[in-house]
Design a protein around this ligand. Sequence first.
Ligand SMILES: *[C@@H]1O[C@H](CO)[C@@H](O)[C@H](O)[C@H]1NC(C)=O
Ligand SMILES: *[C@@H]1O[C@H](CO)[C@@H](O)[C@H](O)[C@H]1NC(C)=O
Ligand SMILES: *[C@@H]1O[C@H](CO)[C@@H](O)[C@H](O)[C@H]1NC(C)=O
Length: 531
Amino acid sequence: MRNTSKRCLGVIFFSVAVLLVLFHDWCPGSSSGVDIRSRQESTIKQLLDGKIHEITSAYNNITYHIKEEVACRLAQNVCVCLADEDTIKLPFSDLLNPRVWAHNLDTAFLESHPDPEGVKRHRAQEYSSFQRKSFIPADVLIVAEANSPLQYPTQGVEVRPLKTIIIPGLGLKEETKSNHMVSLTAKLGTFDVAATVDNVSVKGHGEQHMILSSPLLFALNRQLQFVTYRNTVFHPKTADTVKFETKGHQSYFTIKVGHGTIPKLYNSGYQREYNISALVTIATKTFLRYDKLKDLIDSIRQYYPTVTIVIADDNEHPQPVTGPHIEHYIMPFGKGWFAGRNLAVSQVTTKYVLWADDDFIFTANTKLEKMVDILEKTTLDLVGGAVREVTGYTATYRHKISVEEGGEEGDCLHIRKGYHHVIEGFPNCVVADAVINFFMGQTDKVQQVGFNPRLARSAHLEFFIDALGSLHIGSCSDVIVSHASKIKLPWGQTDDQKAYKKFRYSSSTADNNLHNEVFYFKNRFKCMTSN
Ligand SMILES: *[C@@H]1O[C@H](CO)[C@@H](O)[C@H](O)[C@H]1NC(C)=O
Ligand SMILES: *[C@@H]1O[C@H](CO)[C@@H](O)[C@H](O)[C@H]1NC(C)=O
Ligand SMILES: *[C@@H]1O[C@H](CO)[C@@H](O)[C@H](O)[C@H]1NC(C)=O
């Protein structure tokens, strides 16, 4: 029995080996593989790092005096999260001047974890692989040294993957001598000349290193106008750092390698004035509140009878929601808040998507045209409105978000109420980093950021933290939706309302821990402050 199985194993190993050899030989073009592993530790980077060190460490023997008020503003990579000191509590003081609280994610998340050191290590590994993957040589610091006789492009040279370009602007300006010589070195491509000039010698056609020399400086400069670069290592978006040198002088510049950005345009038809039905889809998510949802739909229909409404529904016992221009998507029971947002937004085919909660009510003040107008006329990708509570209080929920570098332990997340500045031409609108859960965004931009489907219950700011650096966000106080009553006396509640509250507002430990994990691991923060 044992012998047979051994023999079987042997046969299997042998056939796999044969197959591998055959496959290897048969694969077209696989004979010389291309190394596409991390490109961060390239020799050119080490060389550049050395150069920068040389340049920045010059004049070390000259004394200096630190200007504290400016120096303290520089990022130090040692951020901490500090809460405001406890002060004497006056009535309304929190409203006027909200206190900053701080939350240490590392202690909160790691404390309850069975293997905190393992998690830390895993996060560090994931982070360094993320850094390697997102590294582009065009981000490396390059300094043009003083009095270089070399002339070259500092930026704006771009080549499509595996294509050829002429490198513009190369030249040598120096005193006449018996022989003039320059050389070019690249890593992801090769050089050649598109034309030859008399009296110039070119060595290294079609290679990563090319030397050009001539006894006549003008001939060499003429020849340099025909130097081409051909990208030979495929990558959809990266850069090559080129070394350009002559005797005693070196310079570096980058050539961006990559495809152009493919536009995503929406054919909304010709319009003299904004046609909301052609431009906007309203997305919402419902759970246990069909009565509220019906009120929302009825109120929308009063003002926008033909706008498409997409509903994501994760009820245990879904009820039909029908009508013209309604798309009702039924999800597995209790999939949750962000999963629902993701599903609803993924089905939108118009240029813009408006997010509304299922307990909102449209009124005459809910002018979607105003939101479309500011998105069309400015660089904003997303704009929030205002929500009016039953009490008459109107909220815009504007926040500023910033991230401070904090070294190996992770970064610090800071969230503050407020906005950056008012938008010219739109006096009711400001620029911020996070807005209320009534917002209109450019569909493809919102889809790119996405909603983390693991966040099932309460989540809102998480989307805006993911959007930091990729969405330009505004908030307008004059586009107002009404909120169906939120504060209800307990004895006036239906069973559905009670069940909803239990689901939505139960802040279980598991839920808190998930938030800590998302911030600690996914976004690599060590702590946060907010007010
Ligand atoms: C600093 O060092 C450089 C050379 O290393 C020298 O030329 C210069 O005179 C020194 N300056 C002072 C102020 O000591
Ligand atoms: C340049 O090239 C021309 C023709 O090839 C030749 O007659 C001339 O002597 C060369 N000049 C020098 C300086 O080499
Ligand atoms: C607005 O767009 C909708 C949907 O594309 C279309 O059916 C309707 O005819 C348009 N209305 C006008 C006035 O163009």
